[in-house]
Ligand binder design. Sequence first.
Ligand code: SF4
Length: 279
Amino acid sequence: MRIEDGKVFVRQSWLGDSLLCLERGRLMMTQPEFRTTNDSAMLGTAVHAGIEAVLTNKIEARDAHHVSVAKLNELQLNDNVKITNTDPSTWEPLVTSMTKAWVDGVMPEVPLGGEVEYKFAVPTGRMVSGLELWFEGTMDYVHESGVWDWKTAARKYSLLEKQTQNIQSAIYSGASVNLGLCSHDMEGGIDFRFGVMVRSLKGDTQILSVRRGKAHWDWVVEQAATIVGAYLALREGEAFTNAMPKNDQHFLCSDRWCPWWSVCKGVFIQDKDNKLGDQ
Ligand code: SF4
């Protein structure tokens, strides 16, 4: 989150991370230079580049994978990429396969005429500690019929899990209605679609549609207001210097999956400390 001109701006990715671990959310704000990225995020960014080039009419769909691979090569120059569960020799074929999968399996379902990489900021109408609470972010694709987001994932998503818990769809759908980008209203609800490319050489895709309405918007505003309130209550003056509760009771708290490991649990716990002894 960031504070500017009496407003506090929250991004969905920060809110999701902060709900998982308050310290992770604080480190995002205070020590961005220590953030690491991982292979899975890098592959996703590369595939996004190809998709964006097609949707903005910079290239033909059949050439999308070339843009994705060029982006992958650029991203690989960063030697701070953590390898989680992929083999680097498969990165280029995977990026090629996932981009082609989007062209063949997702693109035909995407309505034409929308906005690509749409940056937004929207007020929630809620005040927190004297600040206006706003959401901000970038929509992969917004059309009058709803918002789309492109995901690369190790496996297909669970529709029930996304419908009951997903934060991004609630924020982006509410923002698209409040900003007049969609022709529906929050009372009737609108559809938010995930275009998912499964990380495999088979080219599997999935289009997942979750329904979002006023109840989801109200709940995500409540979630954001309570989290932001907790950070603001614990800051010293203008600075977030006080460490927040460090929640390591979930699998994303690990050297592989937490971008802040090196300045948090990693200061205490090394690989050798997690080795099982003789049973
Ligand atoms: S290492 Fe664990 S406790 Fe520390 S910020 Fe990451 S998830 Fe939270």
